[in-house]
Structure formats: structure tokens, C-alpha cells
Design a protein around this ligand. Structure first.
Ligand SMILES: [Zn+2]
Length: 106
């Protein structure tokens, strides 16, 4: 997914985002002071990242944590819970680590 695809999927107009400077190791840290609104809901942003959209250049995409969590892909399809639990139990057994699993699925 390109940055343009991401913004389109979020319904964010890149022209409404603040211009971002070239990348540096700590770029964006100063934006997390709560003074920038989430691009999706307007609440104070607690996460930021630069997107680079053709025709607009680098822009800050500021999001609050609930919006970031709700809009971040989970990294592929989820496997059946039983398979995941089996792997966790096997690793716990092999390492001798006590395991307690709490889920909201039956
Ligand atoms: Zn938000």
C-alpha cells in the first residue's frame, strides 16, 4: 500500500496535512506534545509519521492512539485461535514457563 493509498483509505486529504521536513532520526518527536490534532477525529495526536504523496511531498500524518490502532493493518490474516494457543502451549512446555491464557473467544 502506498502512502497515497493509505490516505485514501483513511479518507484524509493530503492537502490538509502539515508539510514534513526531510527524514531525521528524531523527526516527529516534537509533534507529540498534544498540540497537533488527529487527522481522523481531531483529538490530540499521540502518534505521527511522515507520508510522501506525489504532488504534495512529505506530510505529517498525526493520529491519536485509538485511531492509529483502529487503522493499522494487523500484518496478515489471522489464524485460528486454537492453532495460536497450541503454539503458545508448546513453547511454554518446552521452556518450562507457566502459561495463563485469557481470551474473549470460546
Ligand atoms: Zn483520532
Amino acid at each position: 500500500m502506498t502512502d497515497a493509498d493509505l490516505l485514501r483509505s483513511l479518507g484524509v486529504d493530503p492537502s490538509q496535512l502539515d508539510p514534513a521536513p526531510p527524514w531525521t532520526p528524531r523527526a516527529g518527536a516534537e509533534r507529540l506534545d498534544g498540540s497537533h490534532p488527529c487527522a481522523l477525529c481531531g483529538q490530540p495526536a499521540r502518534a505521527t509519521g511522515a507520508v510522501d504523496v506525489p504532488g504534495y511531498g512529505r506530510r505529517w500524518l498525526d493520529r491519536c492512539m485509538p485511531c492509529l490502532t483502529a487503522t493499522t493493518p494487523r500484518g496478515g490474516p489471522r489464524g485460528p485461535l486454537a492453532d495460536t494457543l497450541a503454539v503458545l502451549r508448546e513453547v511454554a512446555r518446552k521452556t518450562g514457563v507457566p502459561l495463563t491464557i485469557v481470551t474473549d473467544e470460546s
